[in-house]
Design a protein. Sequence first.
Length: 183
Amino acid sequence: MKSIQDIREEARKAIIELIDAARLTPGQLVIVGCSSSEMAGGVIGHDSHMELAEAVFEELYTVAKEHQINLAFQCCEHLNRAIVVEQSYVTTEELCNVVPQQHAGGAMATTAYKRLDNPVVVEFIKADAGIDIGDTFIGMHLKHVAVPVRLGVKEIGCAHVTAARVRPKSIGGIRAVYNESLM
């Protein structure tokens, strides 16, 4: 397993790359899916590591605050991949009554619930971009249309990393003219 410092640096680089590639602006939302088991070299859902989740959370959160970006954290499948987010971001989403735990929600969602200022859990959210650490399948929480982002960081710890941004839907067919800056 890589050192916690190496994992921190990989997480920091990945979120900065995503913010730049997705051209995120203040107030937008990034969904984070994270398997601490995979970061440690294990199998998703089988060996949760709070210390790894805490280290990655700190890096992601620090960078997001610097860029005025909102973060949402996906729970594991035991909580139906519900989302931990700051209550101030929630507008029409219905709240869920659950407190994520290390083995029911996952280490990252548990860390987010403990560390955010006023955390709530919602079932669904539509994010502007996302980072998936350990193949946790964040796509269900992205707006349409999701576009893959190829990051230079391919792994955080031992976990495979993927990322995505969104773009507005292109409508109108062959006669339509599109704003290339939104692509």
